[in-house]
Design a protein around this ligand. Structure first.
Ligand code: HEM
Ligand SMILES: *[C@@H]1O[C@H](CO)[C@@H](O)[C@H](O)[C@H]1NC(C)=O
Ligand SMILES: *[C@@H]1O[C@H](CO)[C@@H](O)[C@H](O)[C@H]1NC(C)=O
Length: 327
């Protein structure tokens, strides 16, 4: 009795103290992530306190001019993280001695480089040599999601920029012709579950694919493709390989219309439609199609996770002065 009554309150006091310390920790120091020293308040603590509003303002202005760039920024962050980790390697221009990632045929119309350049220029004015290009891209993608109507979320910062960008590394991106098993394997190699892979594919709620990326489904019409929609895709392709086809009917809005299109067999890429046709992933597509809040929640969690892939630190990275060039 005595034992119980003295120990229980002590435990409660300890638990409360712990909560208070955790809250102080989160507000004062941000939330820390793992071995790379990433932190949600990284630049607040060091020397660039206005980094978040600067990024947000420039992204918002660019997207007000051209809302389709939201898709470009989000996709660029994905390509950055999946090749050599989130280290800004996708931003590097080719030189006479090196053909960079962005010049692979698989660059497949990456867009939004000027937005990143504009942010970098402003940040170099405010706090030279402090904010990495990899962080700028991660924040810009996050702000683009929100601008388009998607979830708002905080991301850790403190990534350093890599010094390698090679055309041959882009072979590691998933192909649009992949089936569900291949997609699960490709994302699984980077630590993602099948559900996280489906949530991330939901980024195709924004933007377009060019005919070259889906014409494989038209020669002999893919039986998983709705007959009417097959005609729509063929009409797009009649304008050539570069003709754009929106992934869904609301290609500038971040919503769950993409998943509903998959239910109607209106997926554009093989890798889109397979998510509904495979029993390994269908339940997730159904869930996201019926519950947008669930899609938003899983998407933001998976984006934070994607943003931590093979992050560089001072031992193997730098803060680039110009996002297109290694220092
Ligand atoms: C699941 C594997 C994936 C495959 C096979 C894939 C493939 C593709 C392809 C082929 C395109 C069209 C490129 C073109 O024809 O110009 C595209 C566009 C796009 N992808 Fe993915 N993608 C995948 C996952 C992702 C992920 C994880 C994200 C981001 C989190 C993403 C974001 C985008 C966006 C936003 C676009 C539209 C780009 C624009 O309109 O400029 N994709 N993707
Ligand atoms: C993508 O690569 C092609 C060559 O395959 C190149 O002409 C084009 O400029 C590249 N796009 C970007 C945005 O760098
Ligand atoms: C997916 O693709 C792989 C590799 O091409 C193939 O071995 C496998 O049978 C395919 N799976 C399905 C369900 O079609």
């Amino acid at each position: 009795m005595l034992y119980k009554s003295s120990v229980r309150p002590l435990k409660v006091v300890m638990a409360n103290l712990l909560t208070v310390f955790l809250l102080i920790e989160v507000f004062a120091y941000g939330y820390s992530y793992g071995q790379y020293g990433l932190n949600t308040n990284y630049y607040l603590m060091s020397s660039c306190p206005f980094v978040e509003p600067v990024v947000k303002n420039i992204v918002n202005r660019a997207l007000q001019d051209d809302p389709t760039l939201a898709a470009g920024l989000i996709r660029m962050h994905f390509h950055d993280c999946f090749i050599e980790g989130c280290d800004g390697s996708v931003l590097i221009d080719s030189t006479k001695d090196n053909t960079a990632e962005k010049d692979s045929p698989g660059n497949l119309s990456l867009r939004g480089f000027e937005v990143i350049d504009a942010i970098k220029e402003e940040l170099e004015r405010q706090c030279p040599g402090v904010v990495s290009c990899a962080d700028i891209l991660a924040m810009a993608a996050r702000d683009a999601v929100f601008f388009a109507g998607g979830p708002v979320y905080d991301i850790p910062k403190g990534r350093k920029d890599g010094r390698r960008s090679k055309i041959e590394d882009t072979i590691n991106l998933p192909f649009p012709t992949f089936n569900a098993s291949e997609l699960i394997k490709s994302f699984g190699q980077r630590g993602f579950s099948a559900q996280e892979m489906v949530a991330l594919s939901g980024a195709h709620t924004l933007g377009v694919a060019r005919c070259a990326s889906f014409k494989n489904r038209l020669k002999q019409v893919d039986p998983t493709l709705d007959a009417q929609f097959a005609k729509t895709l063929a009409r797009t392709c009649s304008s050539g390989d570069n003709a754009p086809q929106p992934f869904d009917a609301t290609s500038n809005d971040f919503d769950n219309v993409y998943f509903n299109a998959l239910l109607r067999r209106n997926g554009v890429l093989t890798s889109d439609q397979t998510l509904y046709n495979s029993p390994r992933t269908r339940n997730f597509v159904n869930a996201y199609a019926f519950n947008q809040a669930m899609f938003f929640f899983d998407f933001q969690q998976a984006m934070v996770k994607m943003g931590l892939l093979d992050v560089k630190d001072n031992s193997n990275g730098e803060v680039r002065e110009n996002c297109r060039k290694i220092n």
